[in-house]
Design a binder for this molecule. Structure first.
Ligand code: SF4
Ligand code: SF4
Length: 319
């Protein structure tokens, strides 16, 4: 795989500082049942890195001490971590909101029949990736049969009340482009998703989030190998909007890797850019008492992926 970091690290991206800490995003490991072309985590079925229970305990301790409201659980496929259920149950018992960033096909995998009812029983908000409403586009990006499995999984979630008015069970979908271009306007695409998924499959959902592809890891390598890296960076830079910087997720979120090291966001985690752009990595255990408000954020050229156009964050478009 070709590393895009040397092309990103020297950057004129404007300095950013934290406004606080509301969300702890935990990457439970790089194990996944898929190997998508756009994956910025480089996850797949053969990855063995998984967060252990001691690290989860430390993360919950930090969440409690710092008044964190939301635990945002991601991977890989976070449900493949053997301690996923333990973590969710503990977090809910502590009063934390829990978000599961779920690749919906995991719900259809043998041995994972428990996932959908477990999430519903614990009131976990689901953010499910569905990069297009077209079968051909989804299968091209994520692998053969992924679209059909995703649709079946979403129907299963709907049957449990997810995305249905009045249940409180949130089902948000995620779109990302299947190439080197920016996402279309989120509101318009949401209407298309509602119309097409509803008409063809009877699927309902809460909201659609559009995310820009980050020029890092597998997607960064793909851009380099196709000779499109500079062109894509040019697209991101040309669309940069300074006002989006106020809403980027790193201002209120930290990202924890499977070993308990902490980063300003999931992307910086994948680039091994330590918290605050420091020279050395920082661990959860070093941060139990540290202030976050006003602290610097480690930035580089990939950050243009968050501020381009309508902006992009773990909660979708910024404007
Ligand atoms: S993009 Fe998501 S579903 Fe695809 S390989 Fe990466 S973690 Fe797995
Ligand atoms: S890539 Fe990470 S650090 Fe950079 S702006 Fe986006 S969220 Fe913040």
């Amino acid at each position: 795989m070709r590393d895009s970091w040397p092309r990103l690290r020297v950057s004129d991206f404007p300095a950013l500082h934290r406004s606080g800490l509301a969300t702890l995003q935990m990457n439970l490991g790089y194990l996944c049942n898929l190997s998508c072309i756009h994956c910025h985590v480089d996850a797949g079925p053969h990855r063995t890195e998984l967060m252990d229970r001691a690290t989860m305990e430390l993360a919950l301790q930090l969440a409690q001490r710092r008044g964190v409201a939301t635990l945002d659980v991601t991977g890989g496929s976070p449900e493949m971590n053997p301690d996923f259920r333990w973590l969710v149950e503990r977090a809910r018992a502590l009063g934390l909101q829990v978000i599961d960033r779920c690749n919906p096909t995991i719900i259809e995998e043998p041995g994972y029949e428990w996932v959908a009812p477990f999430l519903a029983a614990h009131g976990v908000a689901v953010i499910a990736s569905l990069p297009c409403y077209s079968e051909a586009n989804v299968d091209e990006q994520r692998g053969d049969g992924v679209f059909v499995a995703s649709i079946r999984a979403l129907q299963r979630l709907n049957a449990l009340g997810y995305g249905q008015p009045g249940t409180g069970l949130v089902l948000n979908l995620i779109y990302n482009p299947n190439g080197a271009f920016l996402p279309p306007p989120q509101d318009e695409l949401e209407q298309e998703y509602r119309h097409l998924l509803g008409r063809r499959f009877g699927i309902v959902f809460t909201q659609l989030f559009t995310l820009a592809n980050m020029p890092i890891k597998r997607f960064g390598s793909w851009l380099i190998s196709k000779g499109k890296f500079d062109e894509y960076m040019g697209t991101l830079r040309a669309a940069h909007r300074l006002e989006n910087a106020a809403g980027v997720m790193c201002r209120t979120l930290i990202s924890v890797d499977y070993q308990g090291y902490v980063y300003d966001c999931d992307f910086n985690q994948m680039l091994r850019l330590p918290l605050g752009g420091a020279a050395t990595p920082r661990h959860l255990r070093d941060l139990l008492e540290a202030p976050f408000e006003g602290a610097p954020i480690g930035v580089a050229d990939h950050c243009y992926g968050c501020t381009a156009g309508q902006g992009s964050s773990c909660g979708g478009a910024l404007r």
